[in-house]
Design a protein around this ligand. Structure first.
Ligand SMILES: [Zn+2]
Ligand SMILES: [Zn+2]
Length: 128
């Protein structure tokens, strides 16, 4: 899969047994549908987050295309105090996180900072 932002080939990283596509050039990350749920450990958090996303789906067109169906994605915003704007495939193939956004999401939902996922994310984004 090539990066939807800079078109560089993406690397596949394993994050807590979930394979995610990550672009080393721009720091962006693509999560297939369901992978976010797999990374976030707390089902309640996931439900909250998906609820937020449904509310935030304002059908604003993103200028990016879904790497799977190549359709234009939509912006969704998540969070109250800090808003994170993600790109979401209108057909539900997945979500695009720009550099640092995945970390912001995990902080928003206050996942355990000492969890394995946070450690892996620190690894992923260090020196970036
Ligand atoms: Zn990129
Ligand atoms: Zn799609």
């Amino acid at each position: 899969m090539n990066c939807i932002v800079c078109n560089e080939p993406m690397v596949v990283l394993e994050l807590d047994e979930v394979e995610i596509d990550h672009c080393l050039a721009c720091g962006g990350t693509w999560l297939d549908s369901g992978e976010l749920e797999a990374i976030l450990e707390n089902p309640r958090e996931v439900r909250e987050m998906l609820g937020e996303m449904a509310k935030g789906a304002a059908h604003k067109r993103s200028d990016r295309n879904c790497p799977i169906c190549l359709k234009k994605m939509e912006y969704v915003t998540v969070g109250k105090s800090v808003e994170v704007r993600l790109d979401k495939c209108p057909q539900g193939h997945g979500l695009w996180f720009d550099k640092g956004e995945l970390e912001q999401i995990l902080h928003l939902f206050d996942t355990d900072r000492h969890s394995k996922v946070h450690g892996l994310l620190r690894e992923m984004f260090k020196n970036k």
